[in-house]
Design a protein around this ligand. Structure first.
Ligand code: NDP
Length: 284
């Protein structure tokens, strides 16, 4: 029997439809329009398309968005000044600086410069620290989207063994933290892990966030595992593929996310969720 698809594209559309109604109500009842500022530095083609998608999503649900583009030669201080303008702009509830940044600009400094109250990407150390402590904050979008996807299928998290492959600050680590908060038992794997397959095979829920096509095959999972594929890679034909051998693994998994149409659309949608949440926070 083949595993059931967790359709991130469809779930994200459902969420955006709900948010549209929420934003409409916020406008009508409280006169509040949530606002997102997106800052793009340079001409990275993938970044361009991500940013375009984010602005389009805002439009769809009625969020005000402002796109600030800066050349890749911009100096660090100018970028920090732009962030500060948005920190002090009442029409803006969320600030997102599209990563990666040119090498001469410190990502850490830039993330630190965002007011944590407007940190809708959830990358600021204050947001990450609060998340670790289980306090109210902005959860970073990909991990939050993953939890939503698992919950959408009523898959039990409590007591289950969740194995996360990848330990980046923006995906792997926070994803593990969120599963732990939901009472899972969490194991991390990374590039130095020995005999990784023996560990991934123990997973009730396997989250793969590495960036290597075909890293995980059917021999790496147990029967009926839930498989969440975060990876985004281009194969030889230029097609977007995940880190999991989808066709083979889906035969063995109970649930699986596709690439494209899985984690990606949910990540985008959680950004809107955080922006609306911020708009509410500011006005309380
Ligand atoms: P990073 O490159 O920051 O991290 C990759 C992680 O994978 C590291 O922790 C690294 O280990 C680990 N790793 C590398 N090789 C192996 C290996 N052979 N076995 C086990 N672990 C390994 O990537 P990101 O977390 O930023 O992104 C991961 C993937 O997810 C990428 O394809 C990215 O494009 C995609 N992505 C998708 C998103 C979406 O919305 N769908 C959002 C964000 C990312 P170590 O720490 O030891 O180096």
């Amino acid at each position: 029997m083949s595993g059931e698809l967790i359709n991130g594209k469809q779930l994200a559309q459902e969420k955006r439809d709900e948010m549209k109604a929420e934003v409409e109500a916020l406008k009508n009842q409280e006169g509040v329009t949530p606002g997102l500022a997106v800052i793009l530095v340079g001409d990275h083609p993938a970044s361009h398309s991500y940013v375009k998608g984010k602005v389009k999503d805002c439009k769809e649900v009625g969020i005000h968005s402002e796109l600030k583009t800066l050349p890749d030669t911009v100096d660090e201080q100018t970028l920090l000044d732009e962030i500060d303008k948005y920190n002090n702009d009442d029409a803006i509830d969320g600030i997102l600086v599209q990563l990666p940044l040119p090498e001469h600009i410190s990502e850490d400094k830039v993330i630190d410069a965002i007011n944590p109250e407007k940190d809708v990407d959830g990358f600021h150390p204050v947001s990450v620290g609060k998340m670790l402590l289980g306090k109210e904050t902005f959860y970073s979008c990909t991990p939050a989207g993953i939890i939503e996807m698992v919950k959408s299928k009523q898959i039990p998290i409590e007591g289950s063994h969740v194995v996360i492959v990848g330990r980046s600050h923006i995906v792997g680590k926070p994803a593990g933290m969120l599963f732990l908060q939901n009472n899972a038992t969490v194991t991390y794997c990374h590039s130095r892990t020995k005999d990784m397959s023996a560990i991934t095979k123990q997973a009730d829920i396997l989250v793969v966030a590495v960036g290597q096509a075909q890293l995980i095959g059917p021999e790496d999972i147990k029967d009926d595992a839930v498989v969440i594929d975060v990876g985004m890679n281009r194969n030889e034909e230029g097609k977007l593929v995940g880190d999991v051998n989808f066709e083979a693994v889906k035969e063995k998994a109970s649930y699986i996310t596709p690439v494209p149409g899985g984690v990606g659309p949910m990540t985008r949608t959680m950004l809107l969720h955080n922006t609306i949440k911020s708009a509410r926070n500011w006005r309380e």
